[in-house]
Ligand binder design. Structure first.
Ligand SMILES: Nc1ncnc2c1ncn2[C@@H]1O[C@H](COP(=O)(O)OP(=O)(O)OP(=O)(O)O)[C@@H](O)[C@H]1O
Ligand SMILES: [Mg+2]
Length: 233
């Protein structure tokens, strides 16, 4: 198995026009660990995640994944070359494709042979408990099931890094609790480095090894989460 990917962010700044959203942010995410970005609306969580994903390019500073330079003001690798998987709040599934086609899509793009793609699709669906839903359309699934499909699609190519932007905030409280525990277990099993954006402290404690508190584009505190505090919370 390859070694987990460390994320290193140094002096990262980003502004929309004259509104500075991230201020010279430094952060290291150890390989194989999960960091939750927690903070109020507008503090820059999604902006930081988009910079990690390659949907935005830094105006100052740099991002490294392991020994690879990923992004700086001079150069920025496109999302598909960053070895990442992403899960967003709104699932972003393709309605005209079956569950299996949605999940297998990243491997189709990489021209993975059909037999291998189908096998890996079923393994990913089994990991999220949806093996028997392979032929359904997303519209025939509940919100929680749709988000599991998005999760299976994010992990199918075994990326080094997983990025989550409030993936459970459209779901009701009970479902949020059970799915956050499942995601936590899955991340431990896979050993993937993960950055998980949320504004729900309990969700952050259930999932992350460290909680990074953001306020107005700066890190204000980093809190270690012990398994015990996660269970009590
Ligand atoms: N495309 C954009 N153009 C201009 N300003 C933007 C753009 N996207 C975000 N912003 C601004 O940047 C700031 C940070 O936005 P961001 O989406 O990172 O916040 P967030 O912490 O993810 O908030 P939320 O919890 O509401 O999702 C906000 O003030 C927002 O209005
Ligand atoms: Mg956001």
């Amino acid at each position: 198995m390859r070694s987990p990917t460390t994320i290193e962010i140094k002096g990262l700044s980003y502004a929309f026009g004259d509104r500075t959203v991230l201020h010279q942010l430094d952060l290291t995410v150890e390989g194989g660990s999960t960091v939750a970005l927690l903070g109020p609306s507008g503090c820059g969580k999604s902006t930081l995640l988009k910079l990690l994903a390659g949907l935005l390019q830094p105006q100052q500073g740099e991002i490294r994944f392991g020994d690879r330079a990923i992004a700086s003001p001079q150069s920025s690798l496109p999302p598909e070359r960053r070895d990442i998987g992403m899960v967003f709040q709104d699932y972003a599934l393709w309605p005209h494709m079956s569950v299996a086609q949605n999940v297998g899509f990243p491997l189709l793009m990489r021209r993975v042979p059909t037999a291998e793609r189908l096998t890996k699709t079923m393994i990913a669906l089994e990991r999220v408990g949806l093996a028997s839903f392979a032929l359904r359309r997303p519209a025939d699934l509940s919100g929680g099931q749709q988000q599991r499909v998005a999760l299976a699609r994010a992990i199918i190519a075994e990326p080094g890094i997983l990025l989550f932007d409030e993936p459970l905030s459209n779901l009701d409280r009970d479902l949020r609790e059970s799915l956050s525990r499942e995601i936590s277990t899955l991340l431990r099993q896979l050993g993937t480095t993960a950055v998980y954006v949320t504004h729900d402290r309990e969700e952050a404690e259930a999932i992350a090894n460290h909680i990074v508190h953001l306020s107005q584009g700066s890190v204000t505190a980093i809190q270690a989460v012990t398994p015990l505090s996660g269970e009590i919370a």
